[in-house]
Design a protein around this ligand. Structure first.
Ligand code: ZN
Ligand code: FE
Length: 194
């Protein structure tokens, strides 16, 4: 039987997973940018694409620092999130609604990455891999900033525009109290605490 695996092995597995996730995102982000109507949103996705290319390189440095070859391992989690984003892009939404949905898709990916890198940083620190921890923390900070930027864009009008673009008929149809408060809740998307 194979030897029992350690936290270091789990750490390497998670690193491979993150490496694959970043590579998947370098292909998905240009599609999100292309589907965006708001120039601000498109720019945000393009900026994050550049950062994501940097994340691939930083992960390669992490692998090398651990004397490991950079290697990916299919990340099903991010694949599922990207798939859902693709489905959204196939829908026939009005421009503002599409932007709101693209923000939602982007934030799902960011939150997935924030969770993954939060774990990786904590594990790297526990095992005394300080250089790895620093690099992973840099990535984590950029993921958090990207998520926050999407929040700001949503709050700066994309959601409002999507809500006000509803036709009168839609509004009549959906003007039940629950529906109304749900729409109001979207408009007042809370700022997440850092
Ligand atoms: Zn990333
Ligand atoms: Fe990201």
């Amino acid at each position: 039987m194979a030897e029992t695996q350690t936290l270091h092995d789990a750490f390497l597995e998670e690193l491979k997973d993150a490496y694959d996730a970043e590579k998947q995102l370098t292909k998905a982000l240009p599609k999100l940018a292309k589907a965006s109507t708001s120039p601000e949103l498109r720019q945000a996705f393009e900026d994050h694409l550049e950062e994501t290319n940097g994340h691939v390189e930083k992960l390669e440095q992490v692998f090398q620092g651990l004397d490991e070859k950079p290697k990916g391992q299919r990340c099903d989690g991010i694949a599922g999130i990207i798939d859902e984003g693709k489905k959204v892009m196939d829908e026939d939404f009005d421009d503002a609604t599409m932007d709101a949905c693209l923000i939602a898709a982007g934030q799902r990916a960011e939150h997935y990455e924030i969770a993954a890198y939060g774990t990786l940083v904590a594990w790297a620190k526990t095992m005394g891999h300080h250089d790895a921890a620093d690099l992973l923390q840099e990535i984590l900070d950029e993921e958090k900033a990207a998520d926050e930027k999407l929040n700001v864009i949503a709050e700066s009008g994309v959601n409002d525009e999507a809500a006000s673009g509803m036709s009168e008929q839609d509004e009549e149809e959906h003007a039940t109290p629950t529906r109304r408060s749900a729409a109001a809740a979207v408009r007042r998307m809370p700022r997440r605490r850092k």
